[in-house]
Design a protein around this ligand. Structure first.
Ligand code: COA
Length: 107
């Protein structure tokens, strides 16, 4: 997300994992732009994009579960997510003891 003078103040990515599953990842809003609805807008943009692509299940792994709960995500057990999604995690120093919290929204 950019301001009118082209500064980037928020980022997010929708990672397509599978034909029916995507992940919201790399969400961040610049500190001085937080609490103005930008994080919500970024996530809602991802969810709209998922629907356009015909993907109705979107998950996230996060340390901010309350924020995602406000946007309709529900806590899920990480083990309920397909094993294939962990391919990205293999190089993470925390693997396999990831302490991020998994949430999923059904659209
Ligand atoms: C988490 C983050 C993306 C939220 O972005 P934001 O632009 O400040 O959030 P918004 O203003 O869109 O907030 C939307 C709603 O969530 C709430 N909210 C925001 N951050 C929250 C948090 N950490 N915990 C609980 N609720 C939160 C807001 O109060 C708001 O509620 P409301 O609709 O009832 O008013 C932002 O704080 C951030 O970039 N943090 C650092 C990076 C990070 O932790 N990313 C998390 C993804 S892994």
């Amino acid at each position: 997300m950019q301001t009118s003078d082209d500064n980037i103040v928020g980022v997010v990515a929708l990672n397509i994992c599978w034909e029916d599953l995507a992940e919201v990842k790399s969400l961040a809003v610049r500190e001085d732009y937080q609490a103005k609805g930008m994080g919500r807008q970024l996530v809602e943009h991802c969810l709209s994009e998922a629907v356009v692509l015909g993907i109705y299940r979107v998950f996230t792994l996060t340390y901010q579960p309350k924020f995602f709960e406000k946007l309709g995500f529900k806590l899920v057990d990480k083990s309920s997510l397909p094993h294939k999604i962990w391919a990205d995690c293999l190089k993470c120093p925390k693997f396999p003891d990831c302490d991020e919290i998994a949430l999923l929204v059904e659209l």
